[in-house]
Design a protein around this ligand. Structure first.
Ligand SMILES: Nc1ncnc2c1ncn2[C@@H]1O[C@H](COP(=O)(O)OP(=O)(O)OP(=O)(O)O)[C@@H](O)[C@H]1O
Length: 358
């Protein structure tokens, strides 16, 4: 097993710098996700760890070993890609044993280890099938078994669920999470799907334009996002402009919020982030909060989503648990309180969360 340390990494394609100066520590045994929009450099970074990309600057370590110049085949990594990449001319069993045979494992080890992962991935019954006769989910189980059977120090997964339908994706998340925990292998997982990242990760690095915006647990990133990009990329949120004066947030309708952590900060314009589920809703004015008018609503079964206009002029979305007698028709008024412990307060440019210490 291995921890991965990346220090001041630089990646260039010709004159184009994709990753400028990136540092990251991935702990031994954790499932660590690189999450970000398409083109932000996730795959590029993963391929640098794997040794498939040149490194234009910085240092990559597995434990204390510098691996910058180490051949990919020597790094003892397992890889699983989006497009399965299992050998079409080999049976399921032959695919899984491939890496062990390559390493000249003895006959007993070959059988026990292959059996172990065929069972763990629940593909023993297909052991003699050719890959073309397997579903996408089954093929991805083969790919995972094949990657793990060689006991790699590090498992790298690049959008492994993207080709599967929605139901299978949910199922395979659990399969990946369970086997990763069972084997305890350090795993770097690439996805652009924030829900997938939240569901499977110990920690997530949110990336944008080759720069890491926030590293943290799913909970930490959701509740205290480092900046507006992270707040809007992970889940949905409403951003409302306000003024911070003498440590108190003033909204344009006169509503104020006081938070201890802001009390020593200089006066400035801010953006207050309130997630759709964090408004406290009522029919009558509460003496604080916002008055709003419902523009539209979408019934989603468990929840109903309302598109509203606040008296401050801001458009917002709120979500509340559906009831049989939901009576917020378009045009009706609602009053919104705010649980001040749940909000986040960003600088006017959205670059920094004022509730996080420097
Ligand atoms: N071989 C290459 N030559 C030149 N530019 C490249 C090469 N590979 C990737 N890039 C560029 O590097 C940037 C990052 O690409 P990368 O594939 O790492 O992004 P990503 O975050 O993994 O996106 P996606 O989710 O779409 O795979 C992109 O702008 C891409 O066009």
């Amino acid at each position: 097993m291995s921890e991965i340390r990346i220090k001041d990494a630089v990646k260039k394609y010709g004159d184009n710098t994709i990753i400028k100066d990136l540092s990251l520590d991935i702990k031994d045994g954790e499932l660590f996700t690189l999450l970000g929009p398409s083109g932000c450099g996730k795959t590029t970074l993963l391929r640098m760890i794997a040794g498939f990309n040149s490194i234009e600057g910085g240092s990559f370590y597995f434990n204390d070993k510098l691996i910058n110049d180490m051949d990919p085949s020597k790094r003892n990594i397992g890889m699983v890609f989006q497009n399965y990449a299992i050998f079409p001319h080999l049976t399921v069993r032959q695919n899984v044993e491939f890496g062990l045979k390559n390493r000249k494992a003895d006959k007993d080890t070959l059988k026990t280890e292959t059996d172990k992962f065929l069972n763990a991935m629940q593909i023993m019954e297909y052991q003699d099938r050719m890959p073309e006769r397997l579903s996408g989910g089954q093929q991805q189980r083969v790919a995972l078994a094949r990657a793990l059977v060689i006991k790699p120090d590090v498992l790298l997964m690049d959008e492994p669920l993207s080709n599967l339908d929605a139901k299978l994706r949910l199922e395979m998340r659990v399969v990946i999470r369970n086997i990763q925990r069972e084997v305890g292998i350090t795993t770097v997982y690439v996805t652009h799907d924030q829900e997938e990242a939240m569901a499977i990760s110990d920690r997530i690095a949110v990336m944008k334009d080759g720069v890491i915006q926030h590293v943290g647990t799913p909970k930490n990133i959701y509740h205290r996002p480092a900046n507006v990009f992270v707040a809007t990329f992970i889940g949905r949120t409403n951003l409302i402009k306000a003024e911070l004066k003498s440590g108190v947030i003033h909204f344009s309708n006169g509503f104020t919020i006081e938070l201890d952590r802001l009390k020593d900060l200089p006066d400035q314009s801010v953006q207050v982030s309130i997630r759709p589920e964090e408004f406290v809703l009522s029919h009558e004015a509460q003496g604080s909060g916002f008055k709003a008018v419902v523009n539209d609503s979408v019934y989603l079964g468990l929840n109903t989503q309302y598109f509203i206009k606040l008296e401050t002029g801001d458009e917002a979305q709120i979500v509340r648990e559906s009831t049989m007698e939901d009576d917020y028709e378009p045009g009706s008024e609602m009053y919104l309180g705010v649980n001040k412990e749940k909000i986040n307060v960003f600088t006017a440019d959205g670059e920094r969360n004022l509730l996080l210490s420097e």
